[in-house]
Design a protein around this ligand. Structure first.
Ligand SMILES: Nc1ncnc2c1ncn2[C@@H]1O[C@H](COP(=O)(O)OP(=O)(O)OP(=O)(O)O)[C@@H](O)[C@H]1O
Length: 267
């Protein structure tokens, strides 16, 4: 095993994506360390979601490479990328609102179940067994994110913060090596954000999953992240630990404008 494979779960090289005349991501290089929390930050339109969409196979890069544990995942379909070990949540919550909380988690498991639709229709004993195990596992995940008591409610009846945690449980059901969280704290109140911070830290420490998050809540980013990638107009303008990023003039300028740097205002 090479040094790179041991330390970095995901390696992005010279990544580029254009939409017509607009270069949304422009030649970005970054190594995501295994088992740690990394953040991708930057002002609106910086290219963060486009970057995530390339990692998860929704967009094919125009140039560059993405390696998961040393193997390229460029040109692989999103569901295959999920089964290789990358799961995600979305900026806009995407749950099945009229399904129960438990069923939503079970949906996240289907990539690992052996049974197809025919087996389910025939109600084979092996199928019943597998579904029972899946339900137990789904319930365990709900306990993990603190939603077990609502397992039988419709997903749409949950509070906003709870729906975001349900999305995380569903992503965990795919047994990922890497979990991508797209603005997990968006729309949350301070109490929900602090619960979420604890949950993300537990997932990294207890489940040993590498986490990559896009987030505008700088307090959460600075508290949780080991490594931060800063994008602006599609380009990497900085990378480093929270302390480096907080005091980096290029980052301050990108967020607050040039005058802020002159006044030495810190984000
Ligand atoms: N499918 C698309 N077609 C055309 N342009 C797009 C598409 N997706 C993104 N863009 C453009 O690419 C640029 C980067 O967008 P992206 O959504 O990746 O930024 P972002 O950093 O995630 O922004 P935000 O913080 O507002 O979510 C923007 O100018 C956006 O308008």
């Amino acid at each position: 095993m090479s040094d790179h494979q041991e330390h970095n779960v995901l390696k992005v090289t010279n990544l580029m994506k254009r939409f017509g005349g607009l270069t949304a991501v422009n030649g970005v290089n970054f190594d995501f360390p295994k088992g740690q929390i990394s953040a991708v930050i930057g002002p609106n339109g910086a290219g963060k979601t486009t970057f995530f969409n390339m990692i998860t196979g929704i967009y094919v890069p125009d140039k560059g490479n993405i390696e998961l544990d040393g193997e390229s995942i460029v040109n692989i379909k999103p569901d295959r990328i999920t089964s290789r070990g990358i799961a995600r949540t979305f900026q806009n919550i995407r749950l099945f609102g009229s399904m129960t909380v438990l069923e939503n988690v079970q949906v996240g498991m289907h990539i690992h179940l052996k049974t197809g639709i025919v087996g389910t229709l025939l109600n084979l004993p092996r199928v019943r067994h597998e579904e029972h195990d899946a339900q137990r596992e789904a319930y365990r995940l709900l306990e993990y994110v603190g939603l077990a008591e609502w397992y039988n409610e419709e997903a749409s009846s949950l509070s906003y913060g709870a729906q975001r945690r349900l999305e995380i449980a569903r992503a965990l059901a795919a047994k990922p090596k890497v979990l991508l969280l797209d603005e997990p704290a968006a729309g949350m109140n301070p109490r929900e954000t602090s619960e979420l911070t604890g949950l993300i830290r537990r997932i990294q420490q207890e489940l040993n999953i590498s986490i990559i998050l896009i987030e505008h809540d700088m307090k959460l980013v600075m508290e949780l992240s080991h490594h931060i990638l800063v994008l602006d107009h599609g380009e990497k303008i900085a990378e480093g630990g929270p302390e480096d990023i907080r005091s980096n003039p290029k980052v301050i300028e990108a967020y607050l404008g040039k005058s802020a740097v002159e006044e030495e205002i810190q984000i």
